[in-house]
Write a protein that binds this ligand. Structure first.
Ligand SMILES: Cc1cc2nc3c(=O)[nH]c(=O)nc-3n(C[C@H](O)[C@H](O)[C@H](O)COP(=O)(O)O)c2cc1C
Length: 372
């Protein structure tokens, strides 16, 4: 057994001793029950993956307005809080740690998913390219409604209440989803944010909403139980910016002042859920390491070797695995043994039943492998 892998060494994350440096990445699976309430099948899925040092839940909407896809779980109703307890209880009974990813999709929604058929909201009235995924299939994105300045504090308050609900549901902390083209990311980028108020224009103004949400989250959890996810090279969901390096250098330096649990960076070689060529703009964890003083999680396209190298080169402290964790509930054990990995089935990623969700096989106890 190559238990000398750095990936398998414990890590102190604030008050929590993680049993290894392997993180289960946030993964939307569209399998919540009626009312977007987590159900026992979801608890079984997370229980199977409790081998991770840290589990980050699938993105969870903070409000009915924050919803953008069918059957994604929320954390804004009493039933949802109760549903999440199934998951936090089983993770804790099995010595795991779990943070909840808090989400508002902004313009990546559709009137058929919004309360009273309203338009989705966004920093500016600019439609993304492509289709929304609705209960009646794919439908072209509509032009969203630009939020009024005075509406923004109410959304910050929705984040604060959601953070409280996460605590009531028994989580160990929360991750603010400011990546992959959703509401907070839409505010950061000048391609989607054309506002003339204090939430638009300069980089400082575009980052203001995120900073206010971080402050609201910390007011509930304290800084060491709050993480932030960014995708500095992300072009998913029509994201673009005239100067991403200046934007993210500012945002990351600013986040230093909060003394967060961690900063979670999606590497340039992944867009959303798909591998791409690194765009060469250099917005990787290696760069952010030089300007961020706390714990960094690197995500995107990692396997056993790249994850280990990233830790050994000290570009990050923890490595998140998405697609490999979907298909390999015992991923750390497979890494320890250098065992083969189950391939993932993309057709069962989003929605459906137990198939492709809780039926990926574990290693058989008596199999032996050549450790590397
Ligand atoms: C099925 C699926 C669902 C995803 N859902 C989320 C999500 O809810 N929140 C998020 O921040 N990223 C999400 N992602 C992105 C992953 O967290 C991760 O960044 C991406 O898959 C790249 O990592 P990987 O190469 O290890 O899969 C999702 C990816 C996949 C494949």
């Amino acid at each position: 057994m190559s238990n000398d892998l750095k990936l398998l060494q414990p890590y102190q994350l604030g008050a929590y001793t993680l049993k290894n440096r392997i993180v289960m990445a946030p993964l939307t699976r569209n399998r919540a029950a009626t009312g977007n309430v987590p159900q026992p099948m979801n608890a079984e899925y997370y229980k199977q993956r409790v081998s991770a040092g840290l589990i980050i839940t699938e993105a969870t909407q903070i409000s009915a307005q924050g919803l953008g896809y069918p059957n994604t779980p929320g954390i804004h109703s009493p039933e949802q809080i109760e549903g999440w307890k199934l998951i936090t209880n089983t993770v804790h009974e099995n010595n795991g740690h779990i943070f909840q990813q808090l989400w508002h999709v902004g313009r990546i929604s559709h009137p058929s998913l919004q309360p009273n058929g309203a338009l989705p909201v966004a920093p500016s009235a600019i439609a993304p390219e492509g289709n929304a995924l609705t209960y009646s299939g794919a439908q072209p994105f509509v032009t969203p409604r630009a939020l009024e300045t005075q509406e923004i504090p109410a959304i910050v308050e929705d984040y604060r209440i959601a953070a409280q609900n996460s605590m009531a549901a028994g989580f160990d902390g929360i991750e603010i989803h400011s990546a992959n083209g959703y509401l907070l990311d839409q505010f950061l980028h000048d391609g989607s944010n054309k506002r003339a108020d204090r939430y638009g224009g300069s980089i400082e103004n575009r980052a203001r909403f995120l900073m206010e949400v971080v402050e609201a989250a910390i007011s509930v959890w304290g800084s060491k139980r709050v993480g932030v996810r960014l995708s500095p090279s992300g072009k998913f969901a029509s994201m673009h910016d005239s100067d991403p390096k200046a934007l993210y250098s500012y945002v990351v330096k600013e986040l230093n002042r909060f003394n967060l649990a961690y900063l979670h960076i999606v590497e340039p070689r992944v867009q959303g859920n798909t591998d791409v060529e690194d765009d060469g703009t250099g917005l990787s964890t290696q760069y952010f390491r030089s300007i961020y003083s706390g714990t960094i999680i690197s995500a995107g396209g990692h396997n056993r070797e790249t994850g280990e190298k990233t830790l050994l080169y000290d570009s990050a402290d923890l490595i998140a695995y998405g697609r490999l964790y979907i298909a390999n509930p015992d991923l750390p054990q497979r890494f320890a043994l250098n065992a083969p990995l189950n391939p993932y089935d993309r057709s069962t990623f989003y929605g459906g039943t137990e198939k492709g969700y809780i039926d990926y096989p574990f290693l058989e106890a008596n199999q032996s492998y050549q450790a590397a």
